[in-house]
Design a protein. Structure first.
Ligand SMILES: Nc1ncnc2c1ncn2[C@@H]1O[C@H](COP(=O)(O)OP(=O)(O)OP(=O)(O)O)[C@@H](O)[C@H]1O
Ligand SMILES: [Mg+2]
Lengths: 276, 289
């Protein structure tokens, strides 16, 4: 890192499990976003550390989903959405005209709040994106499918009905299939937008365990309204707040610090459940 | 005399009841018209309808013989109309549904033009087709001119059904596909088109129904000749036109007119039931997903 990285300070080391070497994989600098001229994200500066789980918390409408969508440039698809600022992924400016968005999105997987299985077979859900990225050899595709379905703990449940419609799976299974589909492209980064909120507590628990198992192999950014969950799984937490309809980053730090000794009073009020 | 007080609940029941009665009456009237028309056709046409009626060409201006050449001309005209209209209409629909924002100026202009086009009387299409395809492009009175004129008529219905079908595909598919690094073309081919297929098929069948029933637009374009066509540049008489001619211009042509009308209506009924089935399938799918 160069010296003028002073948007936040990491402070003294907290006790707690060290997850990894804090090497910033995603560097967000002065990121602002407007929908139709109205600011939804206001000069966000933030580092996401490689191999760690970073939780984004904050009240509804503070721009968490918008923030995630800028990282894989899904905001390109939204008409009249204007993004300014800089996002570096592995040192590469993703908003530079030379950056190939398809390759970028292969490196950055995304899981949505509501599971979105395509109305195709389970197998085709996984093979379609692979084929589109040039992985077409039959046994290679089959091996990847088995691998990722094992990774998300779905293999035993579905290996004998890979040709059944993905829509016939339960909600929790569908969400795990979507995670598997993202993993199949072998991304470095996983963006997860409230991946458990549409699931019942049991299924939610399964997905949560899965996310914990993925820690270290992937850099994970997860949005969650479930503070207990954020506390359980995240290494780092970023607290967003909305001021005059514009989302701002209030505090970023080690998850333990955010939840146990927040520096900002808004953070304290939010994590203690008195506001938001 | 003391006034009879009817309790509110009873009054409401009476009102409900009479309203329902009116609605049933309306339904009955509509169905009665349809049944009467069908019964009349069956009664008039059944006697004349036979296998040879379908396989022989008309003789003596259609008083005897059958409608084989007419059926062939009709199908050829339809085929040309579909081949010309489908690529144009569906490409336009893809553009409108996938690539331009719903409230953009361009989209509004195209949609408005299609809307106007849909309201143009078919006789005007006939005159346009005659001036443009028959005379200006020199296709003359031919199956080709007729088919291309019909294609212009089919553009609005094919485009709007396809656009609506593609818009009904949830945006979540597009976002998910994009997030997986798939190109828009890939998403279109592998996800959007298959998901919109029932709507495309339903629109297609409605269009075919319209084309089969068309008379006025073909009067000045594909012409009157009731021989078996030798080529697409030959004139060929469409079924609806044949019925019109038999009943208006040919004394003693009533029986074959009835039989031909029965054939046409059966074709339309079949096609519309198919269209309904597809539309139904579409609804079921939308509930499932
Ligand atoms: N496509 C869009 N067009 C216009 N405004 C939008 C769009 N998407 C989001 N917004 C606005 O941007 C702001 C931030 O929305 P965003 O979805 O990012 O919040 P969020 O933190 O994810 O909320 P939630 O916790 O409810 O999911 C909101 O005020 C929202 O109304
Ligand atoms: Mg959100």
């Amino acid at each position: 890192m160069n010296g003028n990285h002073d948007a936040f300070t990491l402070g003294p080391l907290e006790t707690g499990p060290a997850c990894c070497v804090p090497h910033p994989l995603i560097q967000v600098r002065n990121l602002s976003l407007q929908y139709d001229g109205k600011t939804a994200l206001d000069t966000i500066t933030l580092d996401i550390y490689q191999g760690c789980i970073t939780a984004l918390i904050g009240p509804s409408g503070c721009g968490k989903t918008s923030f995630l969508s800028t990282i894989n440039r899904l905001t390109d698809l939204i008409p009249r959405c204007n993004v300014t600022g800089q996002i570096l992924v592995g040192g590469q400016d993703i908003r530079h005209p030379n950056c190939d968005v398809q390759t970028l999105r292969r490196r950055i997987g995304m899981v949505f709040q509501k599971p979105v299985p395509f109305p195709l077979s389970i197998r085709r859900n996984l093979s379609l994106p692979l084929n589109e990225h040039g992985v077409t050899r039959k046994n290679e595709v089959a091996a990847i499918i088995e691998q990722v379905l094992r990774d998300v703990g779905l293999w035993n449940e579905v290996h004998d009905r890979l040709d059944a419609s993905a829509l016939s799976l339960s909600g929790g299974q569908q969400q795990r299939l979507c995670i598997a589909r993202a993993l199949a492209l072998n991304p470095e980064i996983l963006l997860m937008d409230e991946p458990c909120s549409a699931l019942d507590p049991m299924a939610s628990g399964v997905v949560e365990d899965l996310i914990c198992r993925l820690q270290g192999r992937y850099t994970i950014v997860i949005v969650t309204h479930n503070l207990a969950q954020a506390r359980r799984i995240a290494n780092y937490a970023a607290f967003f707040w909305v001021r005059e309809r514009a989302g701002q980053l209030v505090e970023f730090g080690r998850s333990q610090q955010i939840f146990e000794s927040p520096r900002h009073e808004l953070t304290a009020a939010y994590v203690n459940g008195s506001r938001g | 005399m003391p006034e009879i007080i009817i309790p509110v609940s009873v009054r409401q029941k009476i009102r409900d009841f009479s309203l329902q009665g009116l609605m049933y009456l309306a339904v009955l009237l509509v169905s009665a018209v349809f049944v009467w028309l069908l019964a009349d056709l069956v009664q008039g046409g059944m006697a004349h309808l036979s296998w040879t009626f379908l396989t022989e060409s008309p003789r003596d201006a259609g008083r005897s013989g059958g409608i084989a050449s007419i059926l062939v001309s009709t199908l050829l005209i339809l085929l040309i109309a579909l081949i010309a209209a489908i690529p144009l209409a569906w490409a336009t629909a893809v553009l409108l549904a996938e690539f331009v924002p719903i409230d953009s100026r361009f989209g509004r202009i195209v949609r408005f033009s299609l809307y106007v086009l849909a309201g143009v009387p078919s006789i005007v299409f006939g005159l346009f087709g005659n001036a443009f395809f028959s005379i200006y492009l020199g296709f003359g009175f031919s199956i080709l001119s007729g088919g291309l004129t019909l294609a212009c008529m089919l553009l609005p219905i094919l485009t709007s059904t396809a656009e609506a079908g593609m818009r009904a595909v949830p945006d979540a598919y597009r976002l998910s596909a994009a997030a997986l690094g798939m190109t828009r073309t890939a998403a279109l081919i592998h996800l959007i088109f298959p998901a919109a297929a029932p709507a495309l098929a339903a629109g297609l069948l409605i269009g075919i129904g319209r084309a089969l029933a068309e008379t006025a637009a073909l009067l000045f374009t594909s012409g009157y000749v009731d021989r078996m066509p030798d080529s697409l540049l030959d004139s060929g008489r469409a079924l609806a036109l044949h019925i019109f001619d038999l009943s208006m211009n040919v004394p003693g042509g009533d029986m074959p007119a009835y039989a031909a009308a029965l054939v046409l209506v059966s074709l339309l009924l079949g096609i519309n039931s198919l269209a309904m089935m597809f539309a139904h399938g579409l609804q079921r799918r939308r509930i499932l997903t």
